[in-house]
Design a protein around this ligand. Sequence first.
Ligand SMILES: Nc1ncnc2c1ncn2[C@@H]1O[C@H](COP(=O)(O)OP(=O)(O)OP(=O)(O)O)[C@@H](O)[C@H]1O
Length: 252
Amino acid sequence: MIASPLPSTEDKPRRHEGGADIVRIGGVQFTWPGRNPFTLAIDGFSLAKGERLLLIGPSGSGKSTFLSLLAGIAKPDAGKIDVLGCDIARLDGAARDRFRAEHYGIIFQMFNLLPYASVIDNVLLPLSFSPSRKKRAEARGGGRTEAARLLGNLGIEPSLIESGSAASLSVGQQQRVAAARALIGSPEIVIADEPTSSLDRNRQQAFLDLLFAEVEAAGATLIMVSHDESLAGRFSRVADLAEIAQASRGGR
Ligand SMILES: Nc1ncnc2c1ncn2[C@@H]1O[C@H](COP(=O)(O)OP(=O)(O)OP(=O)(O)O)[C@@H](O)[C@H]1O
């Protein structure tokens, strides 16, 4: 069920059941270089801890660009992107990479698994880059135990966990492995860029059931992009990117 109406940029930051803001963006400008440059401007946006935001909008409207800014993959030309009290717009590339590894689990559109690595090694990868996620996984019995638990909960057969390589998996299985990799070590923010686009309706719903259960168990905040507005009822908030950001093309 959608908790409340879609916000305008003038709205006060929305809070989710008392959760404090985990993200606050203000005055952001970002332009992709090129002959017909695409610019995204975000006057103000905030996200409360524990929210599950579904981000919708037409193809090419800038949803992935928005996620890249939110995750510190792209650096804005101006403005503030405050995440967990840190303005990531002020960090250099290496510091943003470290921050992302510590605090974000990301399910990319193409999954980005290491094809020749085993399923479990793909899931364990983020722990090599994040001391705090490693610590949290260790507190739950160790990285391998936690990876196997997540993979099992996400419906990966035990026989595939140690021996299967990512390249040998179906698209649906790759997606589940990508979700386990995003969730291991309980990052505060989980970002999913159209993770269900290659699944049929039943598998889509089953995947979301598993994803939401794990996100909730970890107390994480979820931002998911999808073209499928019928998923809206499952999220605490739904926003069209056009309500959050102004997109423009060409010289400014
Ligand atoms: N790496 C890049 N380099 C240059 N321009 C880019 C890059 N990525 C995106 N763009 C520009 O930004 C625009 C918005 O792209 P973006 O991928 O953010 O949209 P989207 O809403 O996520 O689209 P889709 O729903 O099709 O994935 C593109 O049309 C393109 O012009």
